[in-house]
Design a protein around this ligand. Sequence first.
Ligand code: AHM
Ligand code: MG
Length: 297
Amino acid sequence: MITVQEYLGEKGCEADLAELICLIAEQAGPIRSAFISHQRYATSLNTSGEVQAEMDTWSDTHITTVLAHSGLVSLIASEEQEKVYECRNSTGRYSVVMDPLDGSSLIAVNLAVGTIVGIYEGRSVLRKGNEMKAALYLLYGPMTTLTLSVGSGVALFSQADDGRYLLMEDSITLPEGTIYGSGGERPKWTKKHTSFITALEAEGAKSRYSGSFVADFHQILRYGGLYAYPAAHGKPEGKLRLVFEAQPIGFLAEQAGGRISNGSSDLLDILPEEVHQKTPIYVGSRGIIERLEALPE
Ligand code: AHM
Ligand code: MG
């Protein structure tokens, strides 16, 4: 079977980028092991005002420490840190954006959560998503999986008992499909969002939503359909973050032939103004997103 190292070699990935990707993927082991002893929800809030789980801060500190000592990275922007972390004395040519533990409200109920990462070349994290060098997520479900793109398609690996990541499928395509999941409270949805979801339901779309973006996106990647976290009355930017969540997941979606949008335009074309900026998100099958974008506001 092909390991992630062999895959990256075959793709002609630069050695330091391959090293960085593998180093991040290796952190799935320590993160999985930490779940059992870090079950509590802290009293601290992150920059978005959300209660942090112990695992949010643990994973954040763990990955940041590993990357800061790697010599491969100069900047780290994390959903759990207010400011961008500067790796002093590092000559590393990459900047990393991450949600160290997405879906953390589900830790207490043992549903799948994950780590989302985007990698840019150069010392800057406020970039358009389509400038990304690589994006990946680790999904901690019954298996630990790595979904990865270095800009030439999407590959899926699973972690074996010996820690190696083995290729399960290359050149994944995000099909047209009928699964949908939408965050937010229905009475607060915008008119456009409500009528779009109602139309999908009338066509037989089936609702599946866990509350973990990374896990909910993964089923859309494999089965097709729509994941949405829309604008809502009182929350015009929705809940999810452009830099840490939308851009890496969107890069993977588009590398698989799908789309990501804020409802009217491609999120990968948007230059963030600040790292914690939020955005409405629609990600999934190309046809569904194009239909949504064609609707009037
Ligand atoms: P998190 O990064 O703190 O876990 O927050 C993001 C999560 C997403 O994973 C998920 O899609 C969304 O928040 C769920 O929100 P809600 O509980 O409002 O459905
Ligand atoms: Mg998140």
